[in-house]
Every structure is written in structure tokens, then in C-alpha cells.
Design a protein around this ligand. Structure first.
Ligand SMILES: O=c1ccn([C@@H]2O[C@H](COP(=O)(O)OP(=O)(O)O[C@H]3O[C@H](CO)[C@@H](O)[C@H](O)[C@H]3O)[C@@H](O)[C@H]2O)c(=O)[nH]1
Ligand SMILES: [Mn+2]
Length: 732
């Protein structure tokens, strides 16, 4: 039988199994929530009505948040790609890769070089790729690392190509964790090549390391590339410097590797910064790179990656192309998002920074309704959609590239690049609003994704078996809480913006999509019900006021069911995603700490912002850790160490609950369970908080190491707990 002349699908889609079981859980929970609301409405007590109202509102929030979350749960959907069906490499479209870094102290130049090399080693036609490194730190040390990487690339890229090595990141490859060599690993030629390339790698590391340590690039190296001259003047500081655009590798076949194969283009970009000019953090950096890249390569697809996320899978770009080149289904797809995965996590993910739940569970759910949020890294966009194009049914995808500065020499391109990255270039232009990444939000990524979705584009979540990227997650409590403060602030800013999913979203997004966006953008508000639940039941218990039904009351079962079912479901879900019980417990603890700290602080930041006092900035997460702290991290000992105000609310609440739990238990011991029958749920809530806070008590009272809770935080927290006890008690 003759086959029709049609391309076979480049990707196929499948909805997860066990839907019936899930729907039973869903129905039972909805019934439980309705019963709970009915109970609260019909059992308003004569006294303590305010207390009762607050606890009921907290429960209403838990129910609403649960409902939004079902947007992710309803129909988890996976796409499988078929890259073997792609046309041959020469006819694949070009891709521009934009890499961001911002601070040589928090993001060491050697890390940036490693990420850059890992990306350059994509199994993709080199002439179709161009790399742009944006350095918001304007640092000669970072430029030096990029320059050294461009030299080492001449050996690294042919080596990767010849032996198909994974991971394509030299640091991880030579460290030997999870090393794969697909071709000729046992040959003598391989060992020879390995030794030769490893030697060059060590030389590069050595030079980058020495320069970083001494904060100075050696004079001999400075003479090799004209780019170093940009730092001759002493006026280059991170927040105040001219535009620096330096071509490190000339693509188009001009620079070649050790085997004579053309190298991809590599350009270092540090946009102009001046103290009084807004630069819009990472969003501004990406928009500046967008303009520089359109001059030089103008590829129809743009991949952007953070410097702390090295490529771990040399095939990922080909996977992405399966979505953009599929004949039937590609037209509406605006971007492909890979998961954020992390290396070096402890087995039970101490700070829950592996965000497994987001990228291994929830994001699959978004595939069912127009696709995932944009996660800021590991994302391939059509350039047109970044340039503001709205989706219309007659849209014809662009797959060709015609650089704006095609006829310019490299020197002329550098000069033009400076002009488009000057700090006043965007004045009066639509960047940050109608074009490029959106400004004015601490999570520019999710915000931009929402705007693209509102303009009619879909996205897809692509999660190949071999992780596409591996990143660095915060490795201590303070960094974790600060990161989540930034995220929850930014997300709430989105909810309060013109693109609010409840107003602007209503006609433009699908219902499931609105639910998912609501869940994320309202994260910060979790602090209110959490504070209610962590404060009011224990305080009421101290005064003998019951807030929940007695154990013998049939309504008790509703509370018990909802509590148990929601916990069991989240546990099963995590175990199914190859998590562990302890991981779930850590996740729950961190969620409570974030809830009462990061989220609380971000609500305050938003209030301060709306009063016009100050803006939310972008605090960069540190990617360095000292050895002692690393040891504690690997032993899964929670790190506090710094006297951070962010520790105070969760610590104070843990002390308060410990106190009320102990008081209640003393009563039980004296008078027996019978007397506590109407307090059972309150004892349980306080007991739960106490149990999950055990590491906090330990950090305050028992530990002697440097990572313990600083005494000042313990004292402040105790003071806050006592103050709450005395100040709130009269109202209860
Ligand atoms: O002014 C700035 C600030 C940051 N960055 C870069 O932004 C990236 C992300 O910063 P990081 O401190 O690592 O933040 P994370 O919390 O790890 O980032 C997550 O959250 C951000 C939004 O808050 C997203 O942009 C990221 O993609 C996402 O991984 C890094 O490459 C930075 O170099 C800049 O280029 N310019
Ligand atoms: Mn990061």
C-alpha cells in the first residue's frame, strides 16, 4: 500500500493513566469541602465569633487553593518526541542561545564557562547556532572566562562530536558522575583524546581560577584579545560602565575548531549601565541580547539559559525542534519549556529546592491546557513571539533567518551592538511592554509567559528522559527563603497587574490555565491562612476555647478525612515521582517556613510598593558554598547560621506551638483524654507544627556547629512568641 506523502508526527501526546482513581479522590474531596463549609456556616458559636470567622476563612483559602491546584492534576499530559524523524541537520532552523550572568562573586566565572561550553556542544549544525553571553556584572573576569572557553571550545567541541559525550559539560564530564560516551569509548584513540582534552581543560580551569582568585587577568592573556582593553579604564564597575560587545568566535565558517570544522558564533555582551538608569535586571539583559543577536544571526528560535544551568543532554535542541517543525501541530506553539532540574541535591532534598513537585508533576498538568508557564531558563521561543507578534490563525511560522546587519563586518557589528545596548536605547520604545520580556516584575519569566499565552500562543512542556539541564539550587535556609520571597512577590505582582488571570485572563485563557496561574500567582497569600492556623488554634487552646468539632461529633470525620486525604495524596504523588517519605516531610516543613516567612515578607513588600515607597528588586542567589557548610548540607543538617530576620516568624510560631502543645499535654496527663476531647484537633494541629519544627528546636538549643540558629534570632523569636501570647490573648 502506498504511503501518503505526509510527514510522520514529530511528537505524540499521551494523558496519564489512573484517571478514574484520581476523579474519585477529587469527588470525595469536593464533597468533604462542601460539608466543611456547611458545618462552618451552621455552627457559628455565640462567643468568639471573630476567632471562628478567621479560622473558617483560613479553611476557605485552603479549599480554594486546593481547587486551583486541581488544574495541574486533572489530566497530566506527556509529549514524546521523535527526533529521528527530523530532516537532516543542514536543513534545521537556526537557534540563538542567550546565556545570562550577573555577578562574578555569586556566579563564579568558571561556572559560566562550563555552562557556555555545555551549550556549545549541542548536537546541532554549528553554523546554525550563535551564542550570546550577557554579563550584567560587566566583569573582566567573566569576559576572561568566556574568552578561555572560546579557546578550549576548539578542542572540546570536536571531542564531544566524535565520541558523542554526555553530559556535554566539561566539569561534570571530567568529574565522572554519570559519564556516557556513546562512540568508541574503549579505543586507544579515545584515551589519547581524553587525556589531551583533559589536559587543556585543566589548563583552562587553572587560568580562570587564578584570575578569579587574584581578581586580575594575566598580562599575557590580556594582550591576546582586544576585548580586554575595555577594562583598561578604571571606570568599569558593575552598575556604571559603557556597553561592551566583543565577538569571541566568528561563525559563518570563519573560525574553525581543531579539526577544521566551523565554530558557532560567540559574542560577549555587557549592556551599558548607569547609576540612575533603570536596567530591569534579567529581563533587560535578555532584551538587550535579543537586539544584539538580531544584528548578527537573527535566528528564528531563541533559547535562553541561566548561567547556573548547564546542558546535560546534547540532544535537547533537537527535541525542541520536534515541536516547532511538526507539520500538523506546530503552528500555535510559541515556546517549548524544559524542566528545571538540579544537580547536587541531598537524597531527601533538604530544602525542597529540587522543586520536583513543580517540574515532575504539576508542569505535565499544564500541557492539558495550552501549556506551561515560562520558567526563565531552558526555554526555546520563536523570536517573533518575543518581538511582540500576536497569534492569528493565518500565522505562517518563520524558519529562515536574515540578520539585520548581514553586510556589516564584525567590527561594524560590535559598534552597532553598542548602540542597541546603550542604557537609553529603549526610551520611548515598546521594549518590556509590547516587545521582549516584560518589565516591572521580579519573576519576569512567568509574567512574560502569561502575556504570551494571553496573546494566543500555546507552549509545550518537554521533559526528555535524560534531563536537559542541571542547575544549582540554594543550599541553605536563608537563600531558599530569599529566593521564595522574590518569587512570591513577583507572582503576586502578576496577579495585581493588568494581566491578572481573573480579569484579562477570562476571555484569553482556558479555565484550567486560569486555575494553574491562580495557584502560582497567589502563592504569597498562603501566609494569611497559615498564620491563622499556626496562631489561633494554639492560643485558643490555652484559653480552653474549642474551634473544631469534638472527636465524638460526626463532623469530626469531615475534618479528619480532608486532613488525611490531602496529605496522603500529596505523599503518594511525590512517591510516584520517585520521591521519598523524608523528602515529602522536608517539603512540608519548608512549605510552612516559606509560608510564614517568605510569603509574609513578600506581602509586606507589595504593600510597601503600593504605597510607593520602594520597588521589589532581584536578589541574585549565591552559587558558592564553603566547605564546612557543604558538609552539613550533605548530612542533611539544616543551615541557619546568619542572623536573618526571615527566620523569626517561623521560629516564633514553632515556640508558641511547642508551649501550647506541652501545656495541653500536661492537662491530658493530669486529667486524662476525656477532658481534652473537644481540643483533640487543636492538640493535633499544634502537635503537627511542633513535630515538623523539631530541627528548629535542635538548631536553637542543642546544636553547637556554625550552622546553628544564631542566638539573636532565638531571643527575638522567643520575644515575639511571648508578645503574641500576651498581646493577642485578650482578644481571644
Ligand atoms: O540583574 C540581573 C539579575 C539576574 N540575572 C540572571 O538571572 C538568572 C537567574 O538568577 P538566579 O539568582 O539564579 O535566580 P533563580 O531564583 O535561581 O532564578 C529563577 O527565578 C528567576 C525569576 O525570579 C528566573 O529568571 C530564573 O530563570 C529562575 O531559574 C542568573 O543567570 C542571573 O545571572 C541577570 O542577568 N541580571
Ligand atoms: Mn538560579
Amino acid at each position: 500500500m502506498a504511503k501518503p506523502q505526509q510527514q510522520q508526527p514529530l511528537f505524540t501526546t499521551r494523558v496519564a493513566p489512573f484517571r478514574l482513581l484520581y476523579r474519585l479522590y477529587f469527588a470525595a474531596s469536593v464533597a468533604g469541602i462542601i460539608s466543611l463549609v456547611y458545618y462552618r456556616l451552621t455552627h457559628v458559636p455565640d462567643s468568639h465569633a471573630l476567632l471562628y470567622l478567621l479560622v473558617s476563612l483560613a479553611e476557605l483559602w485552603f479549599a480554594a487553593a486546593w481547587l486551583f491546584q486541581q488544574g495541574f492534576r486533572w489530566a497530566p499530559t506527556k509529549h514524546a518526541t521523535h527526533p529521528d524523524r527530523l530532516p537532516e541537520s543542514n536543513s534545521l532552523p537556526a537557534v540563538d542561545v542567550l546565556l545570562c550572568t550577573a555577578d562574578p562573586d555569586r556566579e563564579p566565572p568558571a561556572l559560566v564557562a562550563n555552562t557556555l561550553l555545555s551549550l556549545m556542544a549541542y548536537d546541532y549544525e554549528p553554523r546554525k547556532m550563535a551564542f550570546y553571553l550577557s554579563d550584567d556584572g560587566g566583569s573582566e573576569l567573566t569576559f576572561h572566562a568566556a574568552f578561555r572557553a572560546s579557546v578550549f571550545a576548539r578542542d572540546w567541541l570536536p571531542f564531544c562530536r566524535k565520541y558523542r559525550v554526555e553530559p556535554p559539560a566539561p566539569r561534570q564530564f571530567f568529574a565522572g558522575d554519570d559519564r556516557v560516551v556513546a562512540r568508541g569509548a574503549n579505543t586507544e584513540a579515545f584515551s589519547r583524546d581524553y587525556d589531551r582534552v583533559k589536559k587543556k581543560y585543566d589548563e583552562m580551569q587553572d587560568e580562570i581560577g587564578k584570575a578569579s582568585k587574584g581578581k586580575k587577568v594575566p598580562v599575557q592573556t590580556r594582550e591576546v584579545h582586544k576585548g580586554f582593553k575595555e577594562w583598561d579604564s578604571r571606570n568599569v564597575t558593575p552598575c556604571d560602565h559603557q556597553s561592551i560587545i566583543q565577538v569571541l568566535l566568528r561563525g559563518k565558517g570563519e573560525d574553525v575548531d581543531a579539526e577544521g570544522t566551523p565554530l558557532p558564533t560567540l559574542v560577549y555582551v555587557s549592556r551599558e549601565k548607569r547609576p540612575k538608569q533603570p536596567h530591569h535586571y534579567k529581563a533587560g539583559a535578555l532584551n538587550a541580547m535579543n537586539r544584539v543577536s538580531s544584528l548578527i544571526s537573527n535566528a528564528p528560535f531563541v533559547l535562553n539559559v541561566d548561567c547556573d544551568m548547564h546542558s546535560n543532554n546534547s540532544q535537547a535542541l533537537r527535541d525542541a525542534m520536534c515541536f516547532f517543525l511538526d507539520q500538523k501541530r506546530s503552528q500555535k506553539i510559541g515556546y517549548v519549556q524544559f524542566p528545571q532540574s538540579f544537580g547536587g541535591l541531598t537524597p531527601n532534598d533538604l530544602y525542597a529546592n529540587g522543586v520536583k513537585r513543580i517540574y515532575e508533576i504539576e508542569f505535565f498538568g499544564t500541557n492539558a491546557h495550552n501549556g506551561p508557564m515560562y520558567a526563565g531558563t531552558g526555554s526555546v521561543h520563536r523570536r517573533e513571539i518575543l518581538n511582540g507578534r500576536k497569534y492569528t490563525p493565518d500565522y505562517k511560522p518563520v524558519l529562515e533567518n536574515k540578520p539585520v546587519g548581514e553586510d556589516l563586518s564584525w567590527i561594524e557589528v560590535e559598534a552597532k551592538g553598542k548602540a542597541v545596548t546603550s542604557c537609553t536605547y529603549e526610551n520611548g520604545k515598546p521594549w518590556g511592554k509590547e516587545m521582549g520580556l516584560m518589565y516591572g516584575c521580579a519573576v519576569e519569566d512567568v509574567f512574560t509567559g502569561l502575556v504570551l499565552h494571553s496573546r494566543g500562543w500555546n507552549s509545550v512542556f518537554c521533559s526528555p528522559e535524560r534531563k536537559a539541564y542541571l542547575g544549582l539550587a540554594p543550599v541553605n535556609t536563608n537563600d531558599t527563603l530569599i529566593q521564595h520571597k522574590r518569587w512570591s512577590t513577583g507572582l503576586l505582582e502578576i496577579f495585581l497587574s493588568d494581566y491578572c488571570p481573573w480579569t484579562n485572563g477570562v476571555r484569553k485563557l482556558k479555565l484550567g490555565q486560569i486555575m494553574c496561574y491562580s495557584f502560582y500567582t497567589l502563592w504569597a497569600l498562603w501566609c494569611l491562612p497559615m498564620l491563622c492556623y499556626a496562631l489561633l488554634p494554639p492560643l485558643a487552646m490555652l484559653k480552653g476555647i474549642p474551634l473544631f468539632p469534638k472527636t465524638s461529633d460526626p463532623w469530626f470525620k469531615v475534618f479528619a478525612f480532608l486532613g488525611i486525604a490531602s496529605h496522603a495524596f500529596s505523599l503518594i504523588e511525590l512517591l510516584a515521582a520517585k520521591g521519598t517519605l523524608r523528602m515529602w516531610w522536608n517539603e512540608t516543613r519548608m512549605w510552612m517556613m516559606k509560608g510564614t516567612s517568605s510569603y509574609l515578607f513578600s506581602v509586606m513588600v507589595i504593600v510597601i510598593k503600593s504605597l510607593g515607597i520602594s520597588e521589589a528588586g532581584f536578589e541574585i542567589t549565591s552559587k558558592v558554598i564553603d566547605e564546612e557548610a557543604l558538609k552539613r548540607y550533605n548530612q542533611e543538617v539544616i543551615e541557619f547560621a546568619v542572623p536573618s530576620p526571615m527566620f523569626i516568624p517561623p521560629t516564633a510560631l514553632s515556640l508558641l506551638n511547642l508551649y501550647s502543645f506541652c501545656r495541653a499535654m500536661t492537662g491530658v496527663v493530669k486529667e486524662g483524654w476525656g477532658a481534652a476531647e473537644d481540643m483533640a484537633l487543636q492538640i493535633l494541629v499544634s502537635g503537627y507544627v511542633t513535630l515538623i519544627s523539631l530541627p528548629l528546636y535542635e538548631a536553637m538549643l542543642l546544636r553547637k556547629d556554625k550552622g546553628r540558629m544564631p542566638t539573636s534570632v532565638t531571643l527575638y523569636s522567643a520575644a515575639v512568641a511571648v508578645a503574641l501570647l500576651y498581646l493577642l490573648s485578650p482578644f481571644i
